[in-house]
Design a binder for this molecule. Structure first.
Ligand SMILES: Cc1cc2nc3c(=O)[nH]c(=O)nc-3n(C[C@H](O)[C@H](O)[C@H](O)COP(=O)(O)OP(=O)(O)OC[C@H]3O[C@@H](n4cnc5c(N)ncnc54)[C@H](O)[C@@H]3O)c2cc1C
Length: 400
């Protein structure tokens, strides 16, 4: 455990993975912010974080226009990473492999949803195309399409991106610019006499650290962190399974991130392939439960991928892991902004399965909110916690 250098900081961030580092870096990058930043991270190996278990994909196929804009910013940020990070020659160029998401429909109701989604996404500048089975077969002859009646696919700025390069650079650059990262754990918080602010946090090693603003960037542990301030949020850890496999006969072109009607998804992963799915029963799990369920591979994933791509009948499982979504049970969208009563408590929580790609926009927006009291670039207000206090859902229908 490390003790922080000071006993008071303008901003204390709980959690230093993708979101803690995105907010920390964005603050240091905001020319109007000149405060001090402490990032408290309980596990600097990041072994059990969502960030380490991600599938690292981005898409513009969302039902809420603001989510499309957020991902468009992510694509621009990745493609122009060095420019966004100040032109530093040490900054590597992260990869963005635009093979697209292929959402498949096997019934008229979902095909209609896809048609509606395509129109909305196109109106918001996304390159989504609605495809007939013949069009899918012409572009990707390896699919078995006997039960498929339509699909949506977008080859523009949608697919895999190397988010870990962003994460590594944000951490390194935030530190170089003065943000302090400590290996410690926030275990409690003190509110002021009026109960309107968190005035200090207590660390596992005993120090009491005063804070101007507190940011909850604790991923699947978001509820535990919020409760320290007496706040409830509808976020829970839900298990998601990922499988890496090798095909005896690899495909002759990239496999788009294909979302099979069964809920199983699969994509190209270098020389291997990646597949995953939610479990049929999807309860909240213990924060430390990362036990793999091999029956999901045997009974669901393998049969599904072999059915959809007959060439995948001969495959070998090479790796697998279980990770946690920070799942927003209320409306499956991100929760941002300040609490309505504890006014200096800021959320960056509940990203479910699309948080990696949202980190450039959400980190930047949160830094703007902390610095200026309002979003300055993209208006992220629809994500604010205030909707939860009002009981108004802001639903994202396209959740994988
Ligand atoms: C299997 C899987 C696949 C995914 N695929 C995609 C994808 O394809 N595209 C996409 O956009 N997103 C995807 N996601 C989601 C994305 O990975 C997450 O939204 C993102 O990584 C969340 O980052 P985070 O920083 O909020 O949380 P985390 O990475 O979990 O980090 C939270 C951090 O807080 C620390 N912490 C918690 N409590 C405390 C405390 N009290 N004191 C100090 N430190 C604390 C933890 O140790 C941890 O380091 C996927 C997630 C999973 C699990």
């Amino acid at each position: 455990m490390q003790a922080p250098a000071n006993s008071s900081y303008d901003v204390v961030i709980v959690g230093g993975a993708m979101y803690g580092s995105s907010v920390a870096w964005s603050l240091t990058d905001n020319p109007d912010f000149d405060g001090s930043i402490l990032v408290v991270e309980r596990d600097p190996t990041y072994e059990f974080t969502s960030t380490s278990h991600t599938n690292s994909c981005m898409r513009q196929q969302f039902s809420a226009p603001i989510n499309i804009k957020v991902s468009q910013f992510a694509a621009d940020f990745v493609k122009n990473f060095r420019d966004y990070t100040g032109g530093d020659e040490r900054v590597p160029q992260p990869r963005l492999q635009s093979y697209g998401y292929m959402y498949m429909a096997d019934n008229e109701e979902f095909a209609a949803t896809l048609r509606e989604g395509q129109a909305l996404q196109q109106a918001n500048g996304a390159g989504t195309k609605h495809m007939t089975p013949d069009e899918i077969a012409a572009a990707y002859p390896f699919y078995n399409l006997e039960d498929i009646i339509a699909a949506n696919h977008n080859l523009v700025d949608e697919g895999y991106f190397d988010g870990n390069t962003l994460f590594d650079w944000w951490k390194r650059s935030a530190r170089e610019r003065g943000a302090e990262y400590v290996n410690n754990e926030v275990i409690a918080m003190n509110r002021n006499a009026a109960n309107s602010r968190v005035e200090s946090v207590i660390l596992k090693s005993g120090e009491v650290i005063s804070c101007g603003t507190i940011v909850n960037a604790s991923g699947p542990r978001a509820v535990r962190t919020s409760r320290m301030a007496g706040i409830e949020i509808p976020v829970e850890p839900r298990k998601r399974y990922t499988f890496i496999f090798e095909a005896e006969k690899p495909l002759d072109r990239d496999l788009p991130l294909t979302i099979d009607p069964s809920g199983v998804h699969m994509r190209t992963d270098g020389t291997y392939y990646l597949a995953g799915c939610p479990p049929d029963e999807d309860p909240a799990v213990d924060y430390d439960d990362f036990v793999q369920d091999h029956s999901i591979w045997e009974d669901k994933v393998w049969p599904t991928i072999a059915h959809r791509i007959p060439q995948f009948e001969a495959i070998k499982l090479r790796n697998s892991w279980a990770g946690h979504y920070a799942y927003n049970t209320f409306d499956q969208n991100a929760i941002l902004g300040p609490h309505t009563e504890v006014e200096n408590f800021i959320f960056v929580n509940g990203f479910s399965g699309h948080g990696f790609q949202q980190s450039p926009a959400m980190g930047r927006g949160t830094a703007e909110l902390i610095t200026h009291g309002a979003y300055q670039t993209l208006d992220l207000t629809p994500f604010n916690y205030a909707r939860i206090a009002r009981g108004e859902k802001f639903v994202e229908k396209a959740v994988i």
